[in-house]
Design a protein around this ligand. Structure first.
Ligand code: ARG
Length: 467
C-alpha cells in the first residue's frame, strides 16, 4: 500500500515528476469553492438519509466550513502529491478531523465530484457573462441613438457600397450580441444539471437522495443516466462554442475600429486611455486593445478545438483525458469577460469624426443605386437603369466628378427621364432615410430599433442595469 488516498492496491510508488504529470491541482485549485460547496451538500444528504450518523455529518460539515474559512483567508496550501483539488481537500479535512473525514466519500466518486464542481463553476459564472453582455449592448444602444444621424459609407467587399447611418452600423453589433446573449442564456440549461450521485459510472447502492442535493446546490435538474452524468462535457463545449462566436463578433468589430482609426480613414479616434504609444515612433497611437481582443480570439477558438478533440474518441464513461477540459474553459471565461469589458470602454470613449464619415460619401459613387432606383421608379427596367448609371459612373470616373456634380443636361443625355429632383435623391442623407422598410438604415428605423432594443434589455432579469 502506498500513501496515496487510493493507494490500497499499490506497492510501487511513482517518481515525483510522474506525479506532477498526472496532477491537476496546478489549475483545478480554481474549483476549490465549488468542491467544498458540493461536499457540504453531499454530506448533509448523507446525514439526512442516515447513511452516516448525524454526529459524523456534523464533524465533516464543521471541518469543511473550517477549510472554507482558511481558503477565504488565503491560508490553504495545496500539494502536487495530492494530485487534484478533490484529494487535496479530502486530505486537508483528514488533517482537521481525523479518519471520520473518510466517510465524506461514501456513495460518491471523483468522477461525479469533478463533474459537479465543473457544472457549479460554470453555473456561477454564466450570469456574469450575461451581465457584461447586457452592459455592452446598452452602450451600443446609447451610441446608436446618439449617432443615428451620422452618415457613413457602408461597404461590401471593402468597397464603398451605399451610405448608411453609423447608428445602424452599431445596431448590427447589438443584434449579434443579442444572439450571443441568447446562446449563453441557453447554455445555463445544460449547465444547470446535477451529476452527483452517478458515482464512478453506474450509480450507487447507498440510498442517496439526489433531488435533495440538487435542490441544496440550486440545480434545476439532475442527470438521469449515470454514464452520461460523468462523461458529459457538452455544457463546457457549448460555453466554448458560444465564446468562440462571441469572440468572432468582437474580432470583426476590432478589425473595423483598427481600420477606421488609421490616417487613411480617420473615421474614429480611440481615447488615449484605450490606446498605446510606440517606444521608438513618437507620433504613434496604436489600437493595442482592439488588436489584443482580435488576437485573443485565437486562444478561444483553440480552446474549443482542443476540447472537441479531447472528447471525440473517448469511450464511456470517465477517462483521464477529461482532466484536459478545465484550463481552456477557465482561460476562456477570463478572456471573454475582459474582452467584453474592454470593448464597452473602448466604444463609449472613442471620438466619432462624423464630418469625415459624411465626406467619404459625398464625392464617391455610393449613391449610384439611388439613381438606378430613381430611373426604375420612372418605369425603366432595373437592368437598363443599372446600365445607364454604369455609363454615367464611368464618365464620372474619367472626368473626375461625382454624379451630383454633373449638370442636368449631362444626366439627361444619359436618360431623359432624369429631372431636377435628382440632386436631392443623390444626397447620402436622402439615400439613408429612404430605406424605411424594417431592417433598413433610415434614421427613424434606427431610433425605433433602439427603442425595441431597450425594451428587450429591460425585460431581462432585474432590468438592464441591475442584473
Ligand atoms: N482530476 C480529475 C479531473 O480533473 C478528477 C477526476 C479523477 N477521477 C479519476 N478516476 N481519476 O478529471
Amino acid at each position: 500500500m502506498t500513501d496515496k488516498l487510493w493507494g490500497g492496491r499499490f506497492t510501487g510508488k511513482a517518481q515525483d515528476w510522474v506525479d506532477e504529470f498526472g496532477a491537476s491541482i496546478g489549475f483545478d485549485y480554481q474549483l476549490a469553492a465549488e468542491d467544498l460547496e458540493g461536499s457540504l451538500a453531499h454530506v448533509k444528504m448523507l446525514g439526512q438519509q442516515g447513511i452516516i450518523s448525524p454526529d459524523e455529518a456534523h464533524q465533516i460539515e464543521a471541518g469543511l466550513h473550517d477549510i472554507q474559512d482558511d481558503l477565504a483567508q488565503g491560508k490553504v496550501e495545496f500539494s502536487v502529491a495530492n494530485e487534484d483539488i478533490h484529494l487535496n481537500i479530502e486530505s486537508l479535512l483528514t488533517k482537521k478531523i481525523g479518519p471520520v473525514a473518510g466517510k465524506l466519500h461514501t456513495g460518491r466518486s471523483r468522477n461525479d465530484q469533478v463533474a459537479t464542481d465543473f457544472h457549479l463553476w460554470l453555473k456561477h459564472r454564466l450570469p456574469q457573462v450575461l451581465t457584461e453582455l447586457t452592459d455592452l449592448q446598452q452602450t451600443l444602444l446609447k451610441l446608436a441613438q446618439e449617432n443615428a444621424e451620422v452618415v457613413m459609407p457602408g461597404y461590401t467587399h471593402m468597397q464603398h457600397a451605399q451610405p448608411i447611418s453609423y447608428g445602424h452600423y452599431l445596431l448590427a453589433y447589438f443584434e449579434m450580441l443579442q444572439r450571443d446573449y441568447e446562446r449563453f442564456e441557453f447554455n445555463q440549461k445544460h449547465t444547470d444539471i446535477l451529476p452527483l450521485g452517478a458515482a464512478a459510472l453506474a450509480g450507487t447502492t447507498f440510498p442517496i437522495d439526489r433531488s435533495a442535493v440538487a435542490k441544496d446546490l440550486g440545480f434545476d435538474d439532475l442527470y438521469h443516466n449515470s454514464l452520461d452524468a460523468v462523461s458529459d462535457r457538452d455544457f463546457a463545449l457549448e460555453f466554448l462554442s458560444n465564446a468562440s462566436i462571441l469572440m468572432m463578433h468582437l474580432s470583426r468589430l476590432a478589425e473595423e475600429l483598427i481600420l477606421w482609426g488609421t490616417y487613411e480613414f480617420n473615421y474614429i479616434e480611440l481615447a488615449d486611455s484605450f490606446s498605446t504609444g510606440s517606444s521608438i515612433m513618437p507620433q504613434k497611437k496604436n489600437a493595442d486593445f482592439a488588436e489584443l481582443v482580435r488576437g485573443k480570439t485565437g486562444r478561444v477558438f483553440g480552446g474549443l478545438m482542443g476540447l472537441l478533440t479531447v472528447m471525440k474518441g473517448l469511450p464511456l464513461a470517465y477517462n483521464k483525458d477529461m482532466q484536459e477540459d478545465k484550463e481552456a474553459t477557465f482561460d476562456t471565461m477570463d478572456t471573454i469577460l475582459a474582452s467584453i469589458k474592454v470593448f464597452n470602454g473602448m466604444l463609449s470613449t472613442l471620438t466619432v469624426h462624423a464630418d469625415r464619415m459624411a465626406k467619404a460619401t459625398e464625392n464617391d459613387f455610393s449613391n449610384a443605386t439611388e439613381l438606378a432606383d430613381y430611373l426604375a421608379q420612372k418605369g425603366l427596367p432595373f437592368r437598363q437603369a443599372h446600365a445607364v448609371v454604369g455609363q454615367l459612373v464611368l464618365k464620372g470616373i474619367q472626368e473626375g466628378k461625382a454624379l451630383n456634380q454633373m449638370p442636368l443636361s449631362e444626366l439627361q443625355a444619359a436618360s431623359p427621364a432624369i429631372e431636377d429632383d435628382i440632386y436631392e435623391e443623390l444626397k447620402s442623407k436622402t439615400a439613408v432615410n429612404r430605406r424605411t422598410p424594417v431592417g433598413g438604415t433610415a434614421v427613424k428605423n434606427v431610433l425605433n430599433e433602439v427603442k425595441r432594443g431597450e425594451a428587450m434589455l429591460s425585460q431581462r432579469k432585474g432590468g438592464a442595469d441591475g442584473q
